[in-house]
Design a protein around this ligand. Structure first.
Ligand SMILES: Cc1cc2nc3c(=O)[nH]c(=O)nc-3n(C[C@H](O)[C@H](O)[C@H](O)COP(=O)(O)OP(=O)(O)OC[C@H]3O[C@@H](n4cnc5c(N)ncnc54)[C@H](O)[C@@H]3O)c2cc1C
Length: 388
């Protein structure tokens, strides 16, 4: 992204209010960008059924939000991932401060259902978003008129999407020498104690194979993995392999090898920190320990599945993602024909863009259609059986 680009409007928050504001601002041909710190969709992604949104009788919250995202896509309004910490709204060009600075003639604050109002629902949030976008449109037109700025540039340079911006950040990172910031600091003492207590139950060896290139992220993944394995050197060891990224091979990646040093099919593309720490710990426990208990009928169903590649697009701040990752990787651990890959979408924005993923968890089989939202082990087995 050109950091000096001045948007007509920037919307903070991609919940129903922000997405609706984006649809209205995009429709009004405002040069618009949405900034979301967590997952697109806001609170409504946490509910499995919405009964009261007009014209949609009964819908999963994530699916409702996905429909809104499709409209946003049609208006080519990008959604970037950042956490806005502060703003300077006193000048004609407003400045928003997150991991980088953003500039806009108007700002729509759609960061949550905060104000007291008689009804806090999706429909009222959407209405507020529409009203805010309409006010922003009037404000921007008036400001441009006063400044003599063309109201509609002949050919506006479209803002680069979040995906490309993220790639740009990665490229910058490549150029920046990595300070060894994470040495010995990935796991606070309390977490270390909890993990050691769990790893005591491991009864087989696991090799953590780290596929790296020469990026900063690769070095971070290696440092994370070494620190993790040091919690149980009797069972966990690290092996590093230099590799080259391809369309199908995202780097850095972590692959779990079983006690015969065979690929278990469990793969993490990115660094499984944040909520994904649960996934890597469960993957190790299910591969090398007694594992979580599982119904023998389910085991039989899993073993009967044909070869397939499961992918789970996640954000590290998503509460629901580890359940889907752990269930998928459980399947991979039990069936040697199946692989299950967690993909940190913030780290692999091209993948996210290619799949048009705007909310997580995003589950795919053999790179096919995306199933959004939380899934139980049974539901994932069902999806795999349908695919078979
Ligand atoms: C469990 C649950 C079930 C619900 N069920 C229903 C229902 O069935 N029907 C219904 O009508 N309503 C329902 N609601 C209420 C509805 O979800 C909310 O009214 C609606 O989501 C509010 O939308 P919003 O866009 O204003 O805020 P939010 O949905 O809260 O979205 C705000 C977004 O802004 C982002 N954000 C915040 N600060 C920043 C920052 N500094 N930088 C960048 N991004 C930021 C947040 O991450 C978030 O994604 C439910 C709510 C919950 C919690």
């Amino acid at each position: 992204m050109n950091p000096k680009h001045i948007y007509d409007t920037i919307i903070i928050g991609a919940g129903p209010a922000g997405l609706t504001a984006g649809i209205y601002a995009g429709r009004a041909a405002l040069d618009t960008m949405i900034i979301e710190r967590d997952q697109v969709g806001g609170q409504v992604t946490t509910t499995s059924t919405v009964w009261n949104y007009p014209a949609v009788a009964d819908i999963d919250g994530s699916k409702l939000v996905n429909l809104m995202q499709k409209q946003i896509d049609e208006f080519r309004v990008p959604i970037v991932q950042d956490d806005i910490q502060s703003m300077d709204l006193n000048q004609e060009v407003k400045v928003l401060y997150g991991q980088q600075d953003y500039f806009a003639r108007s700002v729509i604050f759609a960061a949550g259902d905060l104000l007291a109002k008689p009804l806090r629902q999706i429909v009222t949030a959407a209405a507020d978003g529409a009203l805010a976008a309409t006010s922003a449109e009037n404000y921007v037109i008036e400001q441009k008129r006063q400044l003599g700025v063309p109201i509609k540039a002949a050919k506006k340079q479209r803002p680069v999407s979040s995906i490309t911006q993220q790639t740009t950040l990665d490229s910058e990172e490549e150029k920046t020498p990595l300070a060894p910031a994470h040495a010995g600091t990935w796991f606070p003492d309390e977490i270390k104690a909890q993990l050691k207590a769990l790893f005591v139950r491991l009864n087989q060896a696991v090799t953590l194979l780290v596929l790296t290139d020469d990026s900063a992220k690769s070095r971070q993944l290696l440092s994370f993995t070494k620190e993790l394995s040091a919690l149980d050197p009797a069972h966990l060891s690290v092996q590093q392999e230099t590799s080259t990224a391809t369309a199908d091979k995202r780097l850095p990646a972590l692959i779990l090898l079983d006690n015969k040093k065979q690929d278990s099919g469990i793969r993490f593309s990115g660094i499984p920190t944040g909520h994904e720490l649960n996934s890597i710990v469960l993957a190790i426990y299910n591969l090398a320990g007694p594992g979580q208990s599982i119904d023998t009928k389910l085991v039989d169903q899993i073993k009967a599945l044909p070869a397939m590649h499961l992918q789970i697009g996640v954000s590290l701040t998503c509460h629901f993602c580890p359940d889907v990752v752990a269930a998928s990787q459980r399947i991979a651990a039990l069936n040697p024909k199946i692989t299950a890959e967690m993909i940190d979408l913030q780290l692999f924005p091209d993948f996210r863009k290619s799949k048009k993923i705007m909310s997580v968890p995003a589950f795919m089989i053999n790179e096919g259609d995306v199933t959004f939202g939380s899934q139980t082990l049974n539901q994932i087995i069902d999806l795999c059986q349908q695919q078979a």
